[in-house]
Ligand binder design. Structure first.
Ligand SMILES: [Zn+2]
Length: 166
């Protein structure tokens, strides 16, 4: 790890601490050459296994590209997509798995995508769960309606307060 300030190839760890959820370790390092400090974050590597059997590093941008098409014409912003990809990564990492099938990544996407936009969710689900008939759509929509009713029962306050202001 090069010092980001002077490119010195050596650094000294002055502090290590685990992230609250235990998924990462942050190390505070000091460069013996220029004396400046910087932080490195260590996480487990996460591989996505493609259908061909080849593994590749998990990538949020691939998740975003995967759902972008389903979100065409929908009120979904780039920020929404970035948040979704982050949620997907956190969900996979919290499972503790070091690798995951590409198909399973698609299934993990369904949860946050449903919360984001139901039409985009249906489009995406129809591909990932291989909907074959109108009945498949009908049962998925029935499930969405049911969850909407259940959600309305438990909801309190205006809907616009759901999104945290960043
Ligand atoms: Zn340095």
């Amino acid at each position: 790890m090069y010092c980001p300030f002077c490119r010195n190839p050596d650094s000294r760890v002055v502090d290590s601490r685990m992230a609250d959820d235990g998924s990462a370790i942050r190390r505070r390092r000091q460069c013996p050459e220029c004396g400046r400090r910087f932080t490195t974050v260590e996480t487990t590597s996460l591989s996505v296994i493609k259908r061909s059997g080849v593994g590749e590093p998990f990538s949020r941008s691939k998740v975003i590209n995967g759902v972008r098409k389903a979100c065409q014409g929908r009120p979904v912003s780039e920020d929404d997509l970035a948040m979704l990809a982050q949620e997907v990564e956190e969900q996979i990492r919290s499972s503790g798995a070091a690798e995951i099938d590409a198909h399973e990544v698609g299934l993990v996407i369904l949860g946050p995508l449903q919360k984001l936009d139901e039409v985009a969710y249906l489009r995406f689900a129809s591909v990932y769960q291989a909907f074959e008939s109108l009945e498949d759509f009908e049962s998925a929509i029935a499930l969405l309606r049911h969850e909407a009713v259940e959600g309305a029962k438990g909801a309190s306050g205006p809907k616009s307060s759901e999104k945290s202001p960043l």
